[in-house]
Design a binder for this molecule. Structure first.
Ligand SMILES: *Cc1c(COP(=O)(O)O)cnc(C)c1O
Length: 367
């Protein structure tokens, strides 16, 4: 038996279950052309300029990175038109989610977030011995009135993924502002905009403009999705300079590695590449959604690079798709989340899913 006693809250933490790695499935099936549309990755990969920047940075791997990530912070400052002292960087925006919790939560404090939502929010609450207060979605969308109603004097942080993962829906800027207005000013409101670049709904966007008026607002974005750098782990936040200064005090001194810094800066220098990805996503999102409707399903209209759909027997459908070399993400027993892929991946998925649904319904009818 392992003799060390862990902090008691850790027993409540549910492990993060990542999408099945493509190499693992290929090994199991003995194939080489599996497709992974499970983790909301960009299917085209990073800009060629990113690869060049990494190659250029490689000979200096024996040096520590710039702990202040000066060049990347300056590049982001120009990109966002935000003062550099409002920008903070992390080992993916995952790190920022956890650190912000560690910065404001004392044991017994309360954390608001939506469910189904991003699992890192409750994990952070548990890690900090805080109380997770999940709020239901309405029509697959955040209902911030419920957040307002759930607020107590113990509430210290509200995480809002906008758009939401796994449902792909968004809250308009006007509702975000109404929530901030209703929120006591000591409650940190974290707007997690991981899918920001993919949104085309005109009611969205402009959250940066709220920062001056609401010092308790922090906005998180990432290079993992539209910029195609998930493997390098780099995300950023925008918030009040005092929040940034405190974050910089408690983070690891070299939390963003040198290759990630070089790559992210280069990625910001090739927005044409990002546009290509956004355009592909838009057409694949439509293709995928239309295809699912043709199969008699009701995909939730998405503003991201994935689609949420309720299905009976999600676990079974997931397994059957795996056997056809396609990895999607089961979301509990009643839903799947499917990432938009390339044209080929989208077409292959729709064909395979049709076959799987047919055998599934034949089997169900036979029971
Ligand atoms: C993908 C995602 C992130 C980004 O995570 P990184 O750590 O930056 O890779 C953050 N929040 C949500 C809701 C996500 O879906």
């Amino acid at each position: 038996m392992f003799p060390v006693v862990f902090r008691k809250n850790l027993s409540k933490v549910k492990p993060y279950v990542p999408g099945k790695p493509i190499e693992e499935l290929e090994r199991e099936l003995g194939i080489s052309n599996a497709s992974k549309i499970a983790s909301n990755e960009n299917p085209l990969g990073p800009s060629p300029r990113v690869i060049q920047a990494i190659e250029k940075a490689l000979p200096n791997l024996h040096r520590y990175p710039d702990g202040s990530a000066h060049a990347l912070t300056q590049a982001l400052s120009r990109h966002l038109k935000v003062e550099p002292d409002r920008i903070f960087l992390g080992h993916g925006s995952n790190e920022l989610i956890v650190r912000l919790g560690q910065m404001v939560l004392n044991p017994g404090d309360e954390v608001l977030f939506a469910e189904p939502g991003f699992v890192v929010y409750p994990t952070t609450a548990q890690l900090c011995e805080a109380v997770a207060r999940p709020q239901p979605l309405r029509n697959f969308t955040h209902e911030l009135k419920l957040f307002e109603r759930a607020m107590t004097y113990k509430t210290k942080i509200a995480y809002i993924a906008n758009p939401n993962n796994p449902t792909g829906t968004l809250v308009p800027l006007s509702e975000i502002e109404a929530f901030l207005k209703a929120c006591p000013p000591h409650v940190l409101v974290v707007l997690d905009e991981a899918y920001y670049e993919y949104v085309d709904d005109p009611s969205y966007g402009g959250s940066l403009g709220l920062l001056a008026k609401y010092p308790n607002l922090a906005i998180l974005r990432t290079f993992s999705k539209a910029f195609g750098l998930a493997g390098l782990r780099v995300g950023y936040g925008i918030g009040h300079p005092e929040l940034v200064a405190t974050f910089n005090k408690i983070r690891e001194p070299f939390n963003v590695n040198s290759l990630a810094q070089a790559a992210a800066e280069a990625a910001l220098g090739d927005l044409d590449h990002v546009k290509k990805i956004i355009d592909l996503n838009k057409s694949m999102r439509r293709e995928l959604s239309d295809g699912l409707v043709r199969l008699g399903l009701k995909p939730v209209p998405s503003q991201t690079n994935f689609i949420y759909l309720e299905v009976p027997n999600a676990g079974d459908l997931y397994q059957r798709l795996l056997r056809k070399g396609i990895i999607v993400r089961p979301m509990g027993p009643g839903a799947l989340r499917v990432t938009t892929g390339t044209e080929e991946e989208t077409a292959n998925f729709l064909t395979a899913f049709k076959e799987v649904l047919m055998t599934n319904s034949i089997r169900l009818n036979a029971q």
